[in-house]
Design a protein around this ligand. Sequence first.
Ligand code: GDP
Length: 303
Amino acid sequence: MAAAAVEEIRATAYVGFDSITSQIEHKLLKRGFQFNVIVVGQTGLGKSTLINTIFASHLIDSKGRLEADEPVRQTTEIQAVSHVIIENGVRLRLNINCWDPIVKYIKDQHSAYLRKELTAMRDRHIQDTRIHCCLYFISPTGHSLRAIDVIVMKKLSEVVNVVPVIAKADSLTFEEREAFKQKIRAELVYHNIRLYPFDTDENDEEEIQLNEGIRNIIPFAVVGSERNVIIDGKSVRGRKNRWGVVNVEDEDHCEFVHLRNFLTRTHLQDLIETTAQIHYEAFRSKQLLALKEGVQQRPPTNQ
Ligand code: GDP
């Protein structure tokens, strides 16, 4: 089968408010909000496992409540949609636009939001299915980005906040991991792929530093696991094999905790705002301009 993309999973989890910093405005919390993540990458790279590790372990428990006796906030949820890039053996058919269904999916969400915004009797609260973050899974080859990764990331970065991750980082040594990260960063620059986070004139010193910190980590080298293992008598999320144990939540083992903090604490609000102000706004103005031009070109009706 030629390169293609298919929708794979659709899971719902809840944001754990215990983990969100004060940067999230009170109003936002009170009203509830949606945070939609899409995971993209070859099948078998650990996408479902990572999503479950991030959101299931930490977030489902709290179900969006500040206190245990509060009612569950149904409007606050994390949507994870997974798209798989399917390849045919070794040779990739780059002429087949495997990114098209993913880009279309993202644009469809923008389109749905715009339609609701334009409805005269619109609801006060619009159901937000726009994708706020795309986790792009890179295979831990230790060499360089594959041609398809370059193309797909470039296409996706035009419509969504793309965050690259090195999947199954436990298969690389620390030296290999670091060298691979540097190679990927250099390649992203070489191919002129501008990824999230973006600096704007409005950013204050703290935000600039926060973004710089993230740029120094990206791509996050992560390990996922849906199982718990016992380390020093404690049950932790990890992967055990014959030569040792990887503790997913140990910062010395991988960057899972950094990724989770990035998604659920430090950049949650900014991912949502950047989606609205940059990606959605670009889509919206293009659509409205096309609409205006269409109206102008239409011959006047006989009254
Ligand atoms: P998906 O097809 O991308 O969603 O991949 P899955 O989440 O189904 O994972 C595929 C296989 O890889 C499963 O057997 C997982 O247990 C395993 N796996 C997932 N994450 C990791 C990881 O970080 N390291 C290793 N070594 N294996 C992993």
